[in-house]
Design a protein around this ligand. Structure first.
Ligand SMILES: NC(=O)c1ccc[n+]([C@@H]2O[C@H](COP(=O)([O-])OP(=O)(O)OC[C@H]3O[C@@H](n4cnc5c(N)ncnc54)[C@H](OP(=O)(O)O)[C@@H]3O)[C@@H](O)[C@H]2O)c1
Length: 276
């Protein structure tokens, strides 16, 4: 069941493979969402900041899939974390998506100028009010995870973080696991920049798989959710064919060895102080 295999996530059932949609807009977005669902994808990741919630909703409706069979995640932008803003902007997200609820609502980035306990309380209220089935966070460090868990009256289902072979996130992953929180990997195929990596290419050749498939398998084998983005139909299929092979312990170790100190690609001015 490749598209419905899921990660333990504090009661949520997040499919291990989702479609990332950052920077995909307009008709291309509507089409790729519909095509992904037609191919079997059951998880779509969007955000207020991607300015494509309208098109995502249209793609979902065009697919004809019953709503309850799809997992939809959206994220509240970091300027909208005051309680009233979070609740209003979530209502606006639902209106754009034309959905009654999302499956997962995330704080997109922490914002130290808004007390986290207030933001978490609003997130919990969004869940109680039926706007989302589950709540979670994104770009949270170990210290922020501890605080979020302490403040939340609802289980935190996931922490969505940058994660791929070039970035060692073991500290955050350990903190998530300790709290039953699943990890969702963004930029899981290194934004397409690992194509000529000799180690990943060698491992790929051994399994007749591409570098992107090796990156995604590396995550899936650790029970980590991955949301690769593509705007190309042929890559939708490629990125989903990761459940029919297995990396050996030696290969997993070799891939872990590719992590480098400057492996982080997403580091905007509003990012928190990272664990490493
Ligand atoms: N929470 C956050 O702060 C945050 C931050 C960044 C991203 N995200 C989420 O995570 C998703 C994925 O991350 P990402 O978009 O940064 O990077 P990514 O998924 O690692 O890489 C996407 C890039 O790789 C290319 N690509 C896709 N499949 C490929 C394949 N099989 N072979 C070679 N190249 C391939 C895509 O180009 P084509 O479109 O031409 O295929 C695109 O340029 C985003 O779309 C978004 O939903 C979240």
């Amino acid at each position: 069941m490749p598209f419905t295999e899921s990660a333990p996530a504090n009661g949520a059932n997040i499919p291990l493979l989702g479609l990332g949609t950052w920077d995909i807009r307009g008709d291309v977005c509507t089409r790729i969402v519909r095509q992904a669902i037609a191919l079997g994808y059951r998880h779509v990741d969007t955000a207020q900041a991607y300015e494509n919630e309208r098109e995502i909703g249209e793609g979902i409706r065009n697919s004809g899939l019953p709503r309850e069979e799809l997992h939809v995640t959206t994220k509240v932008w970091w300027t909208q974390l005051a309680p009233a803003d979070l609740l209003r902007s979530t209502r606006e997200s639902l209106a754009r998506l034309k959905l009654e609820y999302v499956d997962l609502l995330l704080i997109h980035w922490p914002n130290s100028s808004v007390p986290l306990d207030q933001t978490i309380a609003a997130l919990c209220k969004a869940k109680r009010d039926g706007m989302t089935k589950h709540i979670g966070v994104s770009n949270f460090t170990t210290a922020l995870i501890d605080q979020a868990v302490q403040y939340s009256t609802e289980p935190i289902a996931t922490n969505q973080i940058e994660l791929h072979p070039y970035l060692d996130q073991s500290k955050v992953i350990t903190a998530c696991k300790a709290n039953g929180i699943s990890v969702t990997a963004y930029s899981p195929i290194v934004r397409g920049k690992a194509g000529d990596d000799p180690v990943l290419a060698k491992i790929g050749r051994a399994h007749r798989k591409s570098v992107a498939q090796v990156c995604l398998r590396f995550l899936a084998q650790q029970g980590i959710v991955a949301i690769p983005r593509t705007s190309k139909v042929e890559r939708l299929t490629e990125n989903s064919e990761i459940f029919d092979f297995e990396l050996s312990p030696a290969e997993m170790l070799e891939i872990r060895g590719l992590a480098k100190p400057d492996g982080r690609m997403v580091n905007p001015s509003w990012a928190p102080k990272w664990d490493r």
